[in-house]
Write a protein that binds this ligand. Structure first.
Ligand SMILES: O=P(O)(O)OC[C@H]1O[C@H](OP(=O)(O)OP(=O)(O)O)[C@H](O)[C@@H]1O
Ligand SMILES: Nc1nc2[nH]cnc2c(=O)[nH]1
Length: 179
């Protein structure tokens, strides 16, 4: 796997430091609430979510959604289909959507609209990586780890054709790795 890596953007330690900072900020922002519900967007956010919740020092409940966007494999089309919905009723809950990466923003636009219709108490968005140059719609992110350039990245839960999710760092792949 390592031989396929062109450049490491963020090391394991840099990611851990950032995740800790976000966890502390969430703890601070929600200190007066009894609990929060963190909704991970599968599969990519799984690794980030696992690390993040251990840096949050208030009661955290966890649920997951899996969505799929029709269209090209590396680009969201905006037409989103729910593959796995939440297991729990979120009415009256303080919810944070956790994403690994925001690109066009179309997945999150769909998800926020969908969750808002379920009468929750509050909704925020937390994303480890943001590619603002690629945005196709207007969404506001409440917690952002790193802004990244318009490069296709992998690692720390994020895949190319289901590979490289277990890289401990976030990296750009070599051209020849794409086949
Ligand atoms: O902002 P957008 O352009 O909508 O793209 C962002 C989405 O793309 C990635 O998921 P992907 O479809 O690669 O699925 P995965 O998490 O299962 O790997 C990422 O996890 C976001 O959910
Ligand atoms: N693996 C991967 N998926 C993405 N989805 C949107 N942007 C990216 C990216 O840079 N890498």
């Amino acid at each position: 796997m390592k031989k396929d890596v062109e450049e490491i953007l963020f090391t394991k330690d840099e990611i851990a430091k950032k995740v800790k900072e976000i966890g502390m900020q969430i703890t601070k922002d929600y200190k007066d609430k009894n609990e929060i519900l963190v909704v991970g967007v599968l599969k990519g956010a799984n690794v980030f979510l696992g690390d993040l919740i251990r840096e949050v020092n208030i009661p955290v409940y966890v649920d997951f959604m899996a969505v799929s966007s029709y269209g090209q494999s590396t680009e969201s089309s905006g037409v989103v289909r729910i593959i796995k919905d939440l297991d729990t009723d979120i009415e009256g809950k303080h919810v944070i959507i956790v994403e690994d990466i925001v690109d066009t923003g179309l997945t999150l636009k769909y998800l926020t609209e969908n969750l808002m219709s379920r009468k929750l108490e509050s909704l925020k968005i937390c994303a480890l990586l943001d590619k603002p140059e690629r945005r196709k719609c207007n969404i506001s992110l409440d917690y952002i780890g790193f802004n990244i350039p318009d490069k296709f990245i992998v690692g720390y839960g994020i895949d190319y054709a289901e590979r490289y999710r277990n890289l401990p760092y976030i990296a750009v792949l070599k051209e020849e790795a794409y086949q």
